[in-house]
Design a protein around this ligand. Structure first.
Ligand code: NAP
Length: 501
């Protein structure tokens, strides 16, 4: 499939603007060839108008038609996986095998959401006869057109037809994707397949659009437009909060579901170090370096209690980290942010040790790093609670177990927290567990936070700034409920709903 570089506005390709950009191949440290057209205001308006027009048609289609549309997307993704993954690799530096895993996960996510609307009872939430004899039925209904912002680190699973776009489409909402400029080619190819599926299954023009916007004013226009009823975003705290600020100037408030930064603290109990120091060091170093540490679930803070065994554990961890090569990152901006972030932390204190891999770094390759500081120093500066996106983690030496509770109280919201301990020890940590529960969406016991499972019991969320709404998840079937509202039908004859799906 040829990449024209155009914006995809419903069924039409459009390249009205004169500004173009290219994506970047971080492995070869050079720009990719294709030019992509930045969307202009008239194109943004066109996508909005089409989405608004498509909504009543799409929302009222029989559920079976919507299922056929999404299933066709899955089959087209799989039929074209080699071509898609080749572009994914060129634009992200991620391995082909990671692309395969991510594409498979993308398809599983779509199928997971489909199971919600395939249920026999869909879209009934509940039904009952009230004490006064009146029949009630409470039903789900789609919110309306949704704007989705893809993430740099998940070109498939959290981008064009990732968890956000797929859950909105399954819910019955047209989607406008603000394409991530780092993988615009992958986004274009996936968008063409979505459009092919929409045409083949008779979906309305405007059910899906993909805009290559660079001008933040145009992004603001999208978020502020009255027809938009929700926004979903994965990325940085500054990016997510910019969208929240745009939305605050709207006349009607809408939900802005942002999944942003997280440090994913780990609490390592002395008993765990005593019994499995080496295996924890290996698991932790693999987790912080997996895909160059470019995961929102990467464990970034490790709290332990100072003692001789803890010192040995740190030595083991350093050995593990030093055995890792410099790691290719998603692109120059992410690489420079990583270098700046880790250097900023390095300058903060002189009395900490730093372990740097012996391997020489080269452009776009980040060196895995571990810093060690005391809890007193950690408390002195907010900089230690800033996410360093990449293969970096900070070890904080505490004095007593009660320090863990104090730390849990002072941490900001997180996607996850991890406890390594003996099960019997866990029983005595009610206060720590309670404090952690106030902050996070997932608690891991004797495991690692990376490797998010796409299952019904997954909650991928957490208190601000991990997300803007800790009640909702971005992973697992429940993600669909972000784009649905409830309506109670009072006194309607039951037969009224018989034909409705
Ligand atoms: P990002 O910079 O937040 O960008 C995500 C999307 O939001 C892009 O399409 C971007 O468009 C848009 N955006 C950002 N700021 C905006 C603004 N002020 N107004 C309008 N749109 C805006 O995230 P990223 O590109 O994925 O990665 C950059 C950094 O984010 C990383 O270095 C890392 O620190 C962090 N990150 C965190 C996570 C996480 O899950 N915690 C995941 C990915 C990245 P433009 O590119 O056109 O500005």
């Amino acid at each position: 499939m040829q990449i024209s570089g155009a914006n995809i506005i419903g069924y039409t390709e459009s390249s009205s603007g004169s500004q173009t950009f290219q994506t970047f191949n971080p492995a070869e440290n050079r720009s990719n060839e294709t030019s992509f057209f930045e969307a202009v205001e008239s194109e943004v308006q066109q996508a909005l108008a089409l989405a608004e027009k498509a909504f009543p048609i799409y929302a009222q289609k029989p559920v079976a038609d919507r299922i056929a549309f999404l299933k066709r997307i899955v089959s087209l993704l799989l039929e074209n996986q080699n071509m898609l993954i080749q572009h994914y690799v060129l634009e992200s530096g991620l391995a082909f095998s990671r692309g395969e895993t991510e594409l498979k996960r993308t398809c599983v996510q779509i199928e997971t959401f489909l199971k919600v609307i395939e249920a026999e009872s869909w879209p009934i939430q509940s039904e009952e006869t009230a004490p006064n004899g009146i029949y009630f039925q409470k039903r789900f209904a789609p919110l309306g057109p949704v704007v989705v912002f893809g993430a740099s680190n998940f070109p498939f699973a959290y981008s064009t037809i990732g968890g956000d776009a797929a859950s909105a489409l399954v819910a019955g909402c047209p989607v406008i994707v603000k394409s991530h400029s780092m993988h615009a080619g992958t986004g274009y190819l996936v968008s063409k397949l979505i459009i092919q599926a929409a045409l083949e299954t008779g979906m309305p023009d405007g059910v899906f659009s993909n805009l290559q916007i660079k001008d933040h004013q145009l992004t603001a226009m999208l978020v502020k437009h009255p027809c938009i009823k929700a926004v979903a975003f994965t990325g940085s705290i500054s990016g997510g909060m910019a969208l929240v600020a745009y939305a605050q100037t709207r006349k009607d408030p809408i939900p802005i579901f942002c999944e942003m930064g997280s440090l994913n603290p780990v609490f390592l109990f002395p008993s765990a170090i005593h019994t499995k120091s080496q295996s924890i060091a290996k698991a932790f170093s693999d987790s912080i370096t997996q895909d160059s540490g470019q995961f929102c679930t990467k464990p970034g803070l490790l709290f332990l209690i100072e003692n001789e065994e803890a010192n040995q554990f740190i030595e083991e961890l350093f050995k593990e980290i030093n055995s890792k090569p410099a790691l290719l990152m998603l692109g120059p901006t992410i690489y420079h942010n990583f270098m700046q972030g880790s250097e900023a932390e390095e300058k903060q204190f002189a009395n900490k040790s730093r372990e740097i891999s012996d391997n020489k770094s080269q452009e776009n390759y980040g060196l895995p790093l571990i810093d060690v500081i005391s809890l007193d120093d950690f408390k002195k500066s907010a900089i230690w609670q800033e996410e360093v996106f990449g293969p970096y983690a900070l070890i904080i030496r505490c004095k007593t177990i009660s320090d863990f509770q104090d730390v849990a109280k002072m941490l900001s919201g997180q996607l996850t927290a991890t406890i390594w301990a003996e099960p019997s020890e866990l029983e005595m940590q009610e206060t720590l567990l309670f404090e952690i529960q106030r902050k996070v969406g997932r608690i891991i016991f004797n495991g690692v936070s990376t490797g998010v499972q796409v299952i019904d019991s997954m909650h991928h969320g957490g208190s601000f700034p991990a997300t803007t709404d800790s009640r909702f998840t971005a992973v697992g079937k429940d993600a669909i409920y972000r784009f649905l509202k409830s309506i109670s039908f009072q006194g309607f004859p039951k037969t009224h709903f018989d034909k409705k799906t």
